[in-house]
Design a protein around this ligand. Sequence first.
Ligand SMILES: Nc1nc2c(ncn2[C@@H]2O[C@H](COP(=O)(O)OP(=O)(O)OP(=O)(O)O)[C@@H](O)[C@H]2O)c(=O)[nH]1
Ligand SMILES: [Mg+2]
Length: 224
Amino acid sequence: MLGVHLQKGYVEPVLHPAFAGDMSGKSLLLKVILLGDGGVGKSSLMNRYVTDRFDSQSFHTIGVEFLNRDLEVDGRLVTLQIWDTAGQERFKSLRTPFYRGADCCLLTFAVDDLQSFQNLGCWKKEFMYYSDVRDPERFPFVVLGNKVDKEEREVGEDEARAWCEENGCCPYFETSAKDDTNVSAAFEAAVREVLASEEQIDHALLSSTIDLHGNRKAPRSSCC
Ligand SMILES: Nc1nc2c(ncn2[C@@H]2O[C@H](COP(=O)(O)OP(=O)(O)OP(=O)(O)O)[C@@H](O)[C@H]2O)c(=O)[nH]1
Ligand SMILES: [Mg+2]
């Protein structure tokens, strides 16, 4: 980490460019969004990562909040803009307008709460419906099984990994916002997923450019 740039806000829904560099053009602004049932620990994960604090008495989120943190991943400077949403059903209309423009979605459940794990598919669907992503097949997700510090589990690691494989092979992290287990690793993985997916798109674009050239050349050679 190069430094923490803390910014907290309650914001209007805006279209967010997938890659907006800073004035020097050296830093990438990436929007990642935390989704999952109320109480699984989304706000706690964001606060642990950005402010290195944990509150055992946190309140439910209403709508959305975001915090920024600067970091370096594989030599790339990134400003990670983490959007924390309200998981409770009654706040659905307040959170869904903020899905657009996300670069990565962190699907979160708590390992001591089976229902929150069973709801992951609904969260994924809700995100895909409202985010209107350019390339749904390639959109990066990361799955977080939070509260691994708790002794009583309702969801096993193997079960969670199996879900990830069946649903597009997203990376899986067992985290604890309380103990600071794997929290940085999970957010850094989100950045890597975005960078990798952008590289795939660049590669696809490059390939189609080469194909275009190839198509232009083919008729000429047949003419001769
Ligand atoms: N033991 C343990 N408790 C946690 C952990 N993460 C969060 N909690 C607790 O779980 C409760 C809910 O955490 P929040 O971060 O508010 O949950 P949330 O997902 O943001 O909930 P909503 O805002 O309603 O969507 C709080 O009491 C937290 O202190 C964790 O890793 N371990
Ligand atoms: Mg919250």
